[in-house]
Design a binder for this molecule. Structure first.
Ligand code: NAD
Length: 393
């Protein structure tokens, strides 16, 4: 099959197996340059197949030589439909682990469910004994809770509607976007899906089953961003969920004395989850331009290797701010970066976009996520979309 990208606004409905393998290979190659650190030996990565979770898994393997058990929700190829990129990434990751002779197992299923939690515990008991690191990196549109109620998350403001410049991803033009205010039910739904409740459920289940190593560490990923995006992000429905996640970290630290729970506040980056947030893609394309010019731009793998090798596993313990957060957004939020972003934001129009936005960089990251636009892959060649992984589903 010849696989081409089919882009619909902020999603691509096809993925290229060879391109996804290339993406994993390049990430592993970058991580390898940072050397091996004493860190996790056995890691559970919840949300392991794309974005920050995938980069975390690669860094755990390459920088810590850790055995990894990954949880994801992905779709294999079916007839003329390609698999999702997360599926192909995971096949490539498992291959990499095999080449290194290091354990990797993946469970494909709904991480929010009791069944997947039970299955994970069973696999840990049978194959690993325990885990010393639990990474929580889910980004999901909905969650069915223990009581069987399905909640949906949304990307809205929490007070009044908000109008701001936005990048129309269909036309690459600057338009204005009005984001409506959420109802109380919508705020609650977003908190239920993207807040800390399920993270706490995971820790409770793992702890009760006795599969958390002594002094285990758990890290969940958050985003805060600059004041510019507060109305849609940090003070919006998703921010309400993230603030719940932050409170959950504090609760986990109180409830489980042997465990250390951290929030890692990561940099804003193009991923499948973030591309769907209004206003944010324009901010990202300006941010990319500014940070590349200043020489401090990072992608998921640069962020995650820095997290593991310089912030989480250090001789003096994790490097945190006054709130106990690990700040991987430290470069993004410097005054030097934000001042320039703010100036560009005020001036940018469709006509002068090339001067202020790294639109090319934005779209390059976007296509790479689906395994496209790698210069060393022959996209005219016939490729088998049916790739097997050793997953349990
Ligand atoms: P992503 O969409 O690339 O990854 C989401 C992962 O969750 C995938 O592995 C997917 O398979 C998995 N997943 C989704 N629903 C699932 C389910 N029901 N069961 C099992 N697995 C499921 O997203 P991302 O941007 O890497 O986000 C990961 C985390 O990082 C999120 O908490 C996000 O808020 C946070 N974060 C993202 C950014 C950013 O700019 N992208 C910045 C800071 C923090």
């Amino acid at each position: 099959m010849i696989i081409e990208p089919k882009v619909r606004e902020y999603i691509c409905t096809t993925a290229h197996p060879k391109g996804c393998e290339e993406s994993v290979r390049r990430q592993a190659e970058y991580a390898a340059k940072k050397g091996v650190t004493e860190g996790t030996r056995k890691a559970l990565i919840i949300g392991c197949s794309t974005g920050y979770g995938l980069a975390s898994r690669i860094s755990a393997l390459v920088n810590c030589e850790a055995a990894t058990l990954g949880i994801m929700f992905e779709r294999p190829a079916n007839g003329r439909r390609t698999a999702t990129p997360g599926w192909y990434n995971t096949a490539a990751f498992e291959k990499l682990s095999r080449e290194k002779g290091i354990y990797a197992r993946t469970i494909n299923g709904d991480a929010f469910s009791e069944e997947v939690k039970a299955q994970t515990i069973e696999v840990i008991k049978q194959e690993l004994g325990c885990v010393d690191l639990v990474v929580y990196s889910l980004a999901a549109p909905r969650r069915t809770d223990k009581e069987g109620k399905t909640w949906s998350s949304c990307l809205k403001t929490t007070e009044k509607s908000f109008t701001e410049k936005s990048l129309d991803l269909r036309t690459n033009e600057i338009t204005e976007k009005t984001i409506p205010a959420a109802t109380e039910e919508e705020v609650l739904g977003t908190v239920k899906v993207m807040g800390g409740e399920d993270w706490a459920d995971w820790i409770e289940a793992l702890s009760a089953a006795g599969v958390l190593a002594e002094n285990a560490v758990t890290v969940a990923y958050s985003y805060i961003g600059p004041k510019l995006t507060y109305p849609i992000y940090y003070e919006g429905t998703i921010g309400a969920a993230k603030q719940h996640l932050h409170r959950t970290a504090a609760e986990l630290n109180r409830h489980y004395p042997g465990l250390r729970a951290y929030i890692s506040v990561n940099k804003g980056l193009v991923t499948q989850a973030s591309a769907a947030i209004p206003v944010v893609p324009l901010y990202f394309s300006i941010l990319y331009k500014v940070m590349k010019e200043q020489g401090n731009h990072e992608g998921c793998i640069e962020q995650m290797t820095r997290l593991y090798t310089e912030k989480l596993y250090t001789a003096n313990g994790p490097v945190t701010d006054g709130n106990g957060f690990i700040r991987m957004d430290d470069h993004e939020l410097t005054e030097q970066v934000q001042k320039q972003v703010q100036e560009a934001w005020e001036k940018v129009t469709t006509e002068n976009m090339a001067r202020y936005c790294d639109l090319e960089g934005y779209w390059e990251d976007f296509y790479h996520m689906f395994g496209f636009h790698y210069d060393n892959i022959d996209y005219t060649a016939d490729v088998d979309p049916d790739v097997k992984i050793g997953s349990i589903s």
